[in-house]
Structure formats: C-alpha cells, structure tokens
Design a binder for this molecule. Structure first.
Ligand code: FES
Length: 153
C-alpha cells in the first residue's frame, strides 16, 4: 500500500477542476505509480497527463520533460493556483513556464524541502533567506522566495 495523501481526490468537489501533470525518468519511475495508474488516471474532474524522459516497454504517452505537457489552455489562470513539487531543475523551469503563461508569483506554490536535514529547526541547513523551510514551510509561494539567491540549488 502506498502512503498517498488523497486530499485533492477526497475534496474533488471543492474545485472547479484539477489539472495534474506528472513526469518521471521512465514509466517505472513514477512515484505512487500503483495509485497513479490504478485510480488517479480515471478520477472524474481530474485532467491528468503524464510524460517520461525516456520510454521503455509499451509506453505510448508523451516523451519529454514536464514543461512539454504544460499548456496555458488547460486552466483558467485568473482563478487558479499551481503547486510545483519535484527536482529543483524541474521546479525552476516549470515555474518560469507558469509565469510565462500569466500566473502571478503569488499563485505558484513551491515545495522547498530539498535542503532539509534535522527537520526541527536546529541545524540551519534548510535556511532560505529569513525562512527555516522545516518550520516555516516547506511550502512557500514563489513570491515569498523569488528574491533569495540560489533558490533552485
Ligand atoms: S532542517 Fe534543520 S533547521 Fe531546518
């Protein structure tokens, strides 16, 4: 059994629409792949698209990085938020693409736990400007962190 947070699926009726874009190195590398392929692909109200860097087996989906399956036509940007989670290089280019589409820096939420170590505010390893990511986050809007150096490192 995979430890999947099902908040968005449990609350699907609270949202006008949910657009999910997932990427992985290969079809075997998707996180939560049993749940993803087992049920998330078929939830009413969820627009799900997947992509892989490289295909194997009988993959017939998109090949390319996540930004290749982002489209401004998929969402009503004036009434949306974007949540970005994954490797820093992906988060960087996904964020820039979202800004290009017209999302404001306040509409983009970033999961910034990449440098966390102790997780309890003692080691300072997670510091991002004035924030302890482990205590103040780990999710921040792009607006909160965009002016700090090296946020994608
Ligand atoms: S992870 Fe150690 S202070 Fe945040």
């Amino acid at each position: 059994m995979e430890p999947v947070n099902q908040e968005y699926t449990d609350r699907i009726n609270d949202f006008k629409s949910v657009v999910c874009r997932f990427g992985a190195k290969s079809p075997d590398d998707f996180i939560y792949k049993n749940t993803l392929f087992g049920s998330w692909m078929n939830i009413d109200g969820v627009d799900m698209k997947l992509t892989v860097d490289g295909a194997n087996g009988n993959w017939d989906g998109n090949i390319g990085v996540v930004t290749t399956i982002l489209s401004s036509k998929d969402v009503d940007i004036s009434n949306a938020v974007a949540v970005v989670c994954g490797p820093p290089i992906m988060m960087k280019f996904a964020t820039f693409k979202l800004l290009e589409f017209g999302f404001s820096s306040e509409q983009i939420y970033l999961s910034m736990e990449k440098n966390m170590s102790c997780g309890v505010g003692k080691c300072g390893h997670c510091m991002l400007g004035k924030y302890y990511v482990c205590k103040d986050g780990p999710v921040f809007t792009y607006d909160q962190v965009k002016d700090y150096p090296n946020i994608w490192d």
